[in-house]
Design a protein around this ligand. Sequence first.
Ligand SMILES: [Zn+2]
Length: 437
Amino acid sequence: MSRLRYSDASLEGAHAASDAAYRTQLAYLWDHSEFYRKKLAAAGISSVEDAGGLDDIARLPFTEKDELRASRDETHPIGRHLAAPMSDIVRVYSTSGTTGTPSYIPLTKSDLANWVEISMRSYGASGLAQGERMVTTYNAGPFVAGVTLDAFAKLGVCHIPVGAGNTERLMAAVQLLKPTVLGCTPSYALHLAEWAVERGVDIAASSVNKILVAGEPGGGEPAMRQRIEKAWGARVTEAMGIGDISVSLWGECVHQDGMHFSGAGFVHFELIDPDSGETVPISDGAEGELVYTHLKHAAAPLLRFRSRDRVRLSTGACPCGRDGSRVRCVGRTDDLLIVRGVNVFPSAVRDVVGKIGNGVSGAIAIRPTARSVKQAPPLPVVVELAQGAEPDDALAGLIRKRLRDELLVSTDITMVPFGTLPRTDYKSKLVDWSEAE
Ligand SMILES: [Zn+2]
């Protein structure tokens, strides 16, 4: 599969540079990674030369998160994919995984510098620059999001970290320090809007005119984005990365038409069909799962790493002049439910319900009856009403119809009063498994 059908000379140049970096990365892995030497040999690849270049990448096997986890033991606490000596490692992050032992993500000095560069491109696209004052609620701690803090400093942004879990402290910072930018999850931006309404605080009149969201897909859902923008009187843009590959790999510009790829030269991305594993050609409107390959990584480079992030790609020109592709996240494979053969992403359900407008708060929960990806219809969906709104059969019927028309899924709608579903200063859980058998 050649990407050289692009006529644009600069893209061809970029492809040639990426191809050269990729071949060097493969040779490095062959020499330094027991994990990949074995894995490539098992896939029938006899030498680095045999693996070829970027145009042959689809011949290589995928790398799954579970394989990395399984390669850990007492003598290899990071995993057998560690390709650099520990004496070269300058930082070790952890993943916020829900299961038991954390996974570790090591970085060398050059890896860290490259991540900061990628993050600067991503947040630079969103308009972060010297002169902006940004209040953030990231509890970066042990997590890779910590690298963004280095990027903010290097961009010259006045960064005001207030951490998560203290809305009073955050709103005090907004009122006293008058930041122009708020950085948080989309769920928290919405929660702050409700908090302000309850206390009669006019956040639309606040100094905040940009909201940079990350950490979950909601920032790209039109209904949720519109709610946040209206409440805050601010423009919402989003960013997306993935711990094992890089933070902030994608960043949306002021034209708000998806997140620009910010990893060029450091990371190669592909789209695949998540069911068959087949390559999906890079073209405008293409949909698939993102698969990433490091091009210049040293500590623990990964080949064809499956992200589980499903995206829709745009490749047309953007008025900002940035080259390359932009994406919108459609959902995470891990959240996917299949109802009578139809794929249903919980975030898509939230978007359809949110577009109903004034009658609903925008919060939903899916309560499956079976503990399985596959669900029998109708899918139980709890919809929270807007403040002061009463349950209404006509509204429930309208929501049921919209979900059937737009997502081809039959649902059973339960309406609950405003404030019933949990609010969060982090990511919303859209699937509540408590009633599943
Ligand atoms: Zn743009």
